[in-house]
Design a protein around this ligand. Structure first.
Ligand SMILES: *[C@@H]1O[C@H](CO)[C@@H](O)[C@H](O)[C@H]1NC(C)=O
Ligand SMILES: *[C@@H]1O[C@H](CO)[C@@H](O)[C@H](O)[C@H]1NC(C)=O
Ligand SMILES: *[C@@H]1O[C@H](CO)[C@@H](O)[C@H](O)[C@H]1NC(C)=O
Length: 354
């Protein structure tokens, strides 16, 4: 039953309804000070978003078919947080619950929900000047509820930015992130079997939430593109399958890692000899065809091939901005390049695909 209802979440509302109003919404930007104790870090976010978060659970339960099983799992985790969630994420969730006055189990539910249901398009390309550029759309059928929660976050230590990411207020993991001068990572959901099955058991053993793994990877001061790829591919067990798209700063540093729970099934890397000047991932294994009802891959390939390698962040954005790559569920678009950390840009969508 849960397999069915989870795919209902994935497929719900998959209709094209893209208006043309080009309303640009500035993405709020927060600093999270990693020198503070975890419960102190998200105080400002918890306070600023308390009013929106207050109705979140009720809204999503009313409007979407969230499996009852997921709600039960969140309750269970919330009642014994330290047992299931590692530090610092457990402490950060507790702090968010405190400052926003939202029950901890609801904060847990939000964190699980984002982790399990992100439909997306991610592209890493190497352009004619050899620069690696990375872009992503994050698609959710919860667009209406999630849009007001999108924030860019700089994670600081000793007054310096350690890494930057885009998330939803209340969610402590990262699905989109950059460590300037080193690498960029995006995460796309990979739907394989019943993702809720064994979730609690997996959390109790050494399986990690993938969006926490992204933060852990970027928090390591010694991380390189290659060490990150090795770690994300083979160094960590995950609670769910996923696609991890990683870009670096040197030529050919761009991969799509197709992950099972235990390890990588495939790593597809930029390869100019084979004509792979970009790698692209939506939510289907690249060796299979996307279903005709949700083919964002082929339109993106056609646009990229037409543009060719004279591509920069703005033209990459134009690919992510076009229907059906951009669609009624696209919640935000981020473009970034580790070589130019300041260029990190997130656009919150408002049914404004072109
Ligand atoms: C990073 O490298 C330094 C020097 O080799 C080492 O002392 C430190 O433990 C490493 N840190 C991590 C988190 O691996
Ligand atoms: C997880 O635990 C199993 C069993 O103890 C072990 O064989 C495996 O190496 C561990 N994996 C990771 C990534 O720590
Ligand atoms: C490559 O991308 C970078 C970053 O967007 C840009 O500055 C540069 O002009 C691009 N090169 C070409 C040939 O478009």
């Amino acid at each position: 039953m849960s397999k069915l209802s989870v795919s209902v979440i994935f497929c719900l509302l998959y209709i094209n309804f893209c208006g043309y109003n080009v309303l640009s919404i500035g993405t709020p930007r927060y600093s999270i000070n990693l020198d503070l104790n975890p419960p102190e870090r998200w105080k400002k976010v918890g306070q600023d978003y308390a009013n929106i978060l207050k109705n979140f659970k009720q809204d999503i339960l009313e409007h979407y078919h969230i499996p009852k099983e997921l709600v039960n799992i969140a309750d269970k985790i919330g009642s014994d947080l330290d047992k299931y969630i590692p530090t610092p994420f457990s402490g950060e969730m507790i702090g968010l619950a405190d400052t926003s006055n939202i029950p901890l189990s609801e904060i847990v539910l939000a964190n699980l929900l984002y982790e399990l249901t992100a439909f997306c398009t991610s592209i890493v390309a190497q352009n004619n000047t050899g620069q690696i550029i990375h872009g992503r759309n994050l698609d959710y059928n919860l667009m209406k509820e999630l849009k007001p929660l999108v924030i860019d976050v700089d994670f600081m230590r000793g007054g310096k930015i350690v890494y930057t990411g885009t998330t939803f207020a209340g969610y402590v993991g990262l699905l989109t992130a950059q460590k300037a001068d080193v690498l960029t990572i995006t995460l796309n959901q990979r739907n394989e079997g019943n993702i809720l099955e064994n979730l609690l058991d997996l959390l109790l053993t050494n399986h990690s939430m993938v969006s926490f793994t992204v933060r852990d990877t970027l928090d390591n001061p010694n991380v390189t593109f290659q060490s990150a790829v090795n770690y994300l591919a083979y160094g960590v067990y995950l609670v769910t399958p996923a696609y991890l798209i990683v870009g670096g700063v040197n030529t050919l540093e761009g991969v799509v890692i197709t992950r099972g729970r235990i390890s990588a099934i495939s790593i597809r890397q930029l390869d100019l000899v084979k004509g792979l000047w970009y790698v692209l991932e939506t939510n289907y294994d690249y060796w299979t065809s996307p279903p005709p009802s949700d083919d964002r891959r082929d339109p993106a390939i056609q646009m990229l091939d037409k543009l060719g390698r004279d591509i920069a962040l703005d033209t990459l954005y134009s690919v992510l901005n076009r229907k059906p790559v951009c669609n009624s569920q696209t919640t935000y678009t981020t473009v970034m390049s580790a070589a130019d950390g300041a260029a990190y840009t997130t656009h919150i969508r408002d049914n404004d695909c072109s």
